[in-house]
Ligand binder design. Structure first.
Ligand SMILES: [Zn+2]
Length: 433
């Protein structure tokens, strides 16, 4: 049964639903939204109350804290928050993700925002999700016989239903010893490799050091922002024309890379509203039009995305994205020469550091109003002065005070999501940004 559902979804996404015009996208979204709202009105006490007096566009925008606060009345499968949370924590501790709540899987989302998120997926949604992901990831030239290596930080039984003769999956624990993982990779010889950029960097280094020569056909970067410099280095080492990305988070499967190497929003099942940030940048507010167990409706993500100025040559009508730039909370806030606060997008900082020399790994954290801590793996006069110069050029270009820089050695930490550019300092009234 599960497999049929999965295959049905696979076929639908891959062959039956090509959306070639924006009008076709809008039509499909309207139809799915009408159906979804009817369902929520029947099955979710939270949304029934709201929808009695207002339409979709008047629904409150939600985030993780709203979702957690109304968890019990919002979900449509009768799962209680405390029970689900206890189970999810036990699963996470034991790193054994077999325990489910009836027909539903539960998991924790790590989240960089500090809140702990809880997600619930029904068996049907899990099958559909697997079908969609496979339809979006398996190469066009060859469908069968793939070996997929998955490096995952947190897992639940979501992925386990998938193994079959057509496709084999092997799970790698990012907490495990990396040398062991490299040995396992070498023996498994994956055709498709899926991992966060920080893990891909370590795999690329193993290739450069001659410890690994199993070259996958395709490489997917997931779960962390993919910086330009990292993408180049990983793609070169693993002999890829470009890296694919799956923009997948607790809130849904939101974007995928097409055959032309361009990210497209998954607007065939997710509705995107935008909070514009200027110059093509926006923060998405997403509604998953098909997710029923735990509704994701007008959910504000807090990520910064940048739209592509030119349409993609692949012909898809799904919105093309230039980059996913990271978390909104990681936009640096430097002091302008005129005293105003100047937002500096993470992408600008990583671009500036493309020109700096003498190091491999870096991390930039804003720790004060005009203060940065910069960690480099090679910390000498050359790397320091090169980075200092590029930061000064950037500050000058943006009309900011030159920030004070505290230097630190770079330490790799596989247990947290890698954010190369982050801000730990909070300005008064920052939450409003
Ligand atoms: Zn495309």
């Amino acid at each position: 049964m599960g497999r049929m559902r999965m295959l049905g979804e696979f076929a639908a996404v891959r062959w039956l639903r090509p959306l070639r015009t924006r009008a076709a996208v809008a039509r499909r979204q309207r139809r799915l939204l009408r159906r979804h709202l009817r369902f929520l009105g029947r099955r979710s006490p939270y949304f029934r109350g709201l929808l009695a007096t207002r339409g979709f566009m008047e629904l409150p925008v939600m985030d993780k804290s709203v979702m957690m606060a109304h968890f019990d009345v919002m979900n449509t499968v009768g799962v209680r928050r405390d029970e689900a949370l206890a189970l999810a924590i036990a699963n996470e501790r034991s790193r054994d993700f077999d325990a489910d709540l009836g027909k539903n899987s539960v998991g924790l989302s790590s989240g960089t925002s500090g809140h702990r998120g809880l997600f619930v997926v029904s068996a049907a949604e899990r099958d559909a999700w697997v079908g969609t992901v496979l339809a979006r990831t398996l190469p066009r030239r060859r469908l069968l016989g793939h070996r997929i290596a998955l490096f995952l930080r947190a897992d639940n039984s979501l992925y386990e239903s998938v193994g079959s003769r057509a496709v084999s999956f092997s799970y790698f624990d990012v907490y495990a010893d990396m040398d062991e993982n490299v040995d396992r990779l070498q023996a498994y010889r994956p055709t498709i490799l899926v991992a966060p950029p920080s893990v891909l960097r370590m795999i690329a280094r193993a290739v450069e050091d001659g410890r690994l020569d199993a070259m996958p056909e395709r490489v997917y970067a997931v779960a962390e922002v993919l910086e330009i410099a990292d993408e180049r280095r990983i793609a070169t080492a693993l002999r890829q024309p470009f890296l694919h990305q799956l923009y997948q988070c607790t809130e849904g499967f939101l974007a995928h890379t097409c055959d032309h190497g361009v990210l497209h929003l998954n607007e065939d099942s997710v509705l995107f509203e935008r909070e514009e940030l200027g110059e093509g940048r926006f923060t998405p507010i997403v509604t998953d039009l098909r997710r029923r167990a735990q509704p994701i409706v007008r959910y504000r993500l807090g990520d910064v995305l940048r739209t592509r100025a030119t349409p993609c040559a692949c012909g898809s009508a799904l919105t093309a994205i230039e980059r996913i730039e990271g978390r909104e909370g990681d936009i640096l806030l430097l002091r302008g020469l005129d005293g105003r606060t100047v937002p500096v997008f993470a992408d600008l900082v990583s671009r500036a550091l493309l020109y700096a020399e003498g190091f491999d790994e870096y991390r930039v954290v804003q720790t004060g109003p005009s203060r940065l801590e910069i960690a480099l793996d090679v910390l000498d006069d050359r790397s320091r002065s090169s980075v200092q110069a590029e930061i000064d050029v950037l500050a000058h270009r943006l009309g900011c005070e030159h920030p004070m820089i505290d230097w630190a050695p770079y330490a790799h930490d596989g247990t947290v999501k890698l954010r190369r550019v982050a801000r730990t300092w909070r300005e008064d009234g920052d939450a409003a940004l």
